[in-house]
Design a protein around this ligand. Structure first.
Ligand code: UDP
Ligand code: MN
Length: 330
């Protein structure tokens, strides 16, 4: 009798073990299909709906030293951590931006007839950060570029410049900041001094390793004209060639874009007050070889009046102590 009881108990145990095996097998099958077909949505912690918004790389390293790289959504990586507690999950750094960015459009239509407002520029560029700063979100740019613009009373040009340049720079995957170097007062306008001041001042704001100097009324007509630094100083606006000689005296070569993509459109304007052509300009240029040693960054004197960060640019107003304007003849 007791032997019969023992036999029955053993049989029950065997059945239970078999059933357990079957259940285990079934669960394994469901997991298998879940991962490979991405169709099942049975276990919320293995929710595969997130596959549609997968966007980040994660590196999962196991204690034994091996590691797996996943392109997964947030929820999925959390569930992986729940599954095996001794897994460590770390974010993988972004890749470097390619030398030739994808998504450039080439030749651009530039016109200045429409009504332009700063609000419109702001609406068009929601991902530009305060002070006119931007960096690509999907890759790391190799350089940090400061774009420096000499400025006074040209608000109407600035709107167009920002309207065209922000989207171009974004497509070019540039990590950049826009700086307006605004000359205080009504003394003679000194573009070169403003550029030198700009170079000094932007470095107080952030660590830049590339400086692009641009006039506020010059818009590139092709987005393949990349706004970053090359091995040599680069003259971007080759169709507006004016100041290249300074640099050649220092024994550097000037690099230029292809003539097809180096074209610029300039906003037409009258000559500004207190920016009349300097009557000594030809003698000054002839003497550059001598004067450039003392004249420039080494001997820069100015007073910082104000720094203001606006949504689309940073404004740096400086008093450069220029003499009052020459009385106009006739
Ligand atoms: N500029 C300015 N206010 C002035 C004069 C010049 O902002 O009163 C700046 C502006 O960035 C301009 C650049 O200096 O694009 C060059 O001056 P301008 O446009 O008069 O030179 P040009 O048209 O002869 O190249
Ligand atoms: Mn101009």
């Amino acid at each position: 009798m007791s032997r019969l009881m023992l036999g029955k108990t053993l049989e029950r145990i065997c059945k239970a073990v078999l059933l357990l095996c079957l259940v285990h097998f079934l669960i394994m099958m469901i997991f298998y299909l879940d991962v490979y077909t991405q169709r099942f949505d049975i276990f919320s912690r293995f929710n595969t709906r997130n596959y549609s918004k997968m966007h980040q790389y994660f590196n999962i390293s196991k204690p034994n030293g091996t590691s797996l790289t996943f392109l997964v959504g947030e929820d999925h990586f959390v569930s992986s951590r729940k599954l095996e507690n001794n897994l460590t999950v770390t974010k993988k750094p972004l890749p470097m931006c390619p030398d030739v960015p994808q998504g450039l459009v080439g030749r651009l239509l530039i016109e200045f007839n429409s009504l332009m407002t700063m609000e419109k520029v702001q609406r068009e560029n929601p991902d530009v950060r305060e002070g006119g700063k931007y960096k690509p979100s999907d890759c790391i740019a190799k350089q940090r570029v400061a774009i420096i613009i000499p400025f006074r009373h040209r608000e109407h040009h600035l709107k167009f410049w920002l309207h065209y340049l922000h989207p171009i720079l974004r497509r070019q995957k540039i990590n950049y900041g826009i700086y307006i170097i605004n000359q205080h007062g009504e003394g003679m306008f000194n573009r070169a001094k403003l550029l030198n001041i700009g170079y000094m001042e932007v470095l107080k704001d952030a660590e830049y390793d590339c400086f692009v100097f641009s006039d506020v009324d010059l818009i590139p007509m092709d987005d393949r004209n990349l706004y970053h630094c090359y091995d040599q100083p680069r003259h971007f606006a080759i169709a507006m060639d004016k100041f290249g000689f300074r640099i050649t005296l220092k024994g550097m070569k000037v690099s230029r874009p292809d003539s097809k993509i180096g074209k610029y459109r300039m906003i037409k304007h009258e000559r500004d007050k207190h920016n009349e052509p300097n009557p000594q300009r030809f003698t000054k240029i002839q003497n550059t070889k001598v004067t450039m040693k003392q004249d420039g960054i080494n001997s820069l004197k100015y007073k910082l009046v104000n720094v203001a960060k606006y949504p689309m640019y940073t404004n740096i107003t400086v008093d450069i102590g220029t003499p009052p304007p020459r009385p106009s003849r006739g």
